[in-house]
Design a protein around this ligand. Structure first.
Ligand code: DAH
Length: 336
């Protein structure tokens, strides 16, 4: 009897020592103290088969070892659960992970800025379709079929006289057809041209169009509005130059230049040694355009302008390659 008890005791000690988790602990507990098959439980049951005088001693021995195993198991249980607690504990003083703050794309930021400037001067923002008809994209803007100016807008044609608009000017026509003067609108949006991709060309880009029509709109109004825009966009000290130009839908027409932001007018690679950079085209609405939308040319005058958002953004921030806007490289985008 004593020998068996000692053997079980030794075995239990070793097994308890090796326990690593709650599951193992429960297995060992059942092996020794389990109600049905536990080794100690069996031992206690067997006492009744011993001769009467041996029973008290055997009983005491068996109960002693039962208690001992119980204590060892309890101790082990505490060790395990305190280890697990350490693993789960949260350090509330540990600095958290900062969420990354997103930003608007530089072209969106530039468009927003352009919009804000013109809205403050009483213009309203409207939009038009990117799929246009040849009529709105060309004819109504005084560019009949085979007009040489069409070559400048090498377009993506779709079926049945539709095309991807090559400028935002057709929206002028759509608005004038629906509304009567006074009109003061700007039109931001995407435009498409069949240009080979290089540092300054991309087959899709963005424009903001402008149109003001009323009974006493003058060339001075045009110069005033555009000057105010250029100063707000590029700074009060920017020098401006209005230069004669040509567009089929305006007469007279002009291009607006700002002094080169890179060389301050001395002449460099960016401005082609001219010292000036073109930022937009504009002019007084051609009477032919008014006739197309049913406005009386004798009664109304207007001015219109159009600018490329990529170009404005590139000049403002010194970006030298239009492709950067469409590669979505965070190293570029994060700088704005
Ligand atoms: N639509 C012209 C272009 O894409 C830009 C333009 C020039 C718009 C003069 C105008 C304007 O409204 O008056 O090149």
């Amino acid at each position: 009897m004593e020998r068996i008890v000692k053997k079980i005791r030794q075995e239990a000690k070793e097994k308890i020592e090796r326990i690593k988790n709650k599951e193992e602990l429960e297995k060992v507990r059942i092996e020794f103290l389990g109600r049905k098959r536990g080794k100690i439980t069996e031992l206690l049951k067997n006492i009744t088969t011993l001769p009467l005088q041996e029973r008290p001693f055997a009983g005491r021995l068996a109960n002693e070892i039962k208690r001992e195993i119980q204590q060892l198991l309890d101790k082990k249980r505490k060790e395990i659960s305190s280890e697990e607690e350490v693993e789960e504990r949260v350090d509330v003083t540990f600095p958290g992970r900062k969420p990354r703050i997103g930003k608007l794309h530089p072209l969106t930021q530039t468009t927003e800025k352009i919009k804000r400037i013109f809205v403050s001067m009483g213009f309203r923002v409207v939009r038009g379709p990117e799929i246009e008809t040849e009529y709105y994209n060309f004819e109504a803007l005084n560019m009949p079929r085979y007009h040489p100016a069409r070559n400048e807008y090498d377009s993506f044609y779709l079926n049945k006289g539709y095309l991807l608009r090559s400028h935002t000017s057709p929206v002028q026509i759509r608005v004038m057809e629906k509304e009567s003067p006074p009109i003061r609108i700007i039109v931001p949006g995407r435009v498409y041209r069949r240009d080979a991709i290089d540092a300054s060309h991309f087959p899709m880009f963005h424009q903001v169009e402008g149109l003001a029509v009323d009974e006493k709109v003058t060339f001075s109004d045009l110069k005033g509005v555009l000057s105010s825009f250029a100063y707000q966009m590029f700074g009060k000290t920017t020098r401006l130059r209005f230069r004669p130009s040509f567009f089929p839908f305006t007469e007279p027409s002009l291009d607006l230049d700002i002094q080169c932001v890179i060389c301050q007018g001395k002449g460099c690679k960016t401005c082609g040694r001219k010292g000036w950079l073109e930022i937009l085209g504009a002019g007084m609405v051609d009477p032919e355009v008014f006739k197309k939308v049913g406005y009386e040319p004798e009664k109304y005058q207007g001015f219109a302008f159009g600018m490329g958002v990529e170009r404005i953004c590139m000049l403002k921030y010194g970006v030298d390659d239009i492709r950067l806007f469409f590669q979505n490289d965070l190293r570029f985008l994060n700088q704005f």
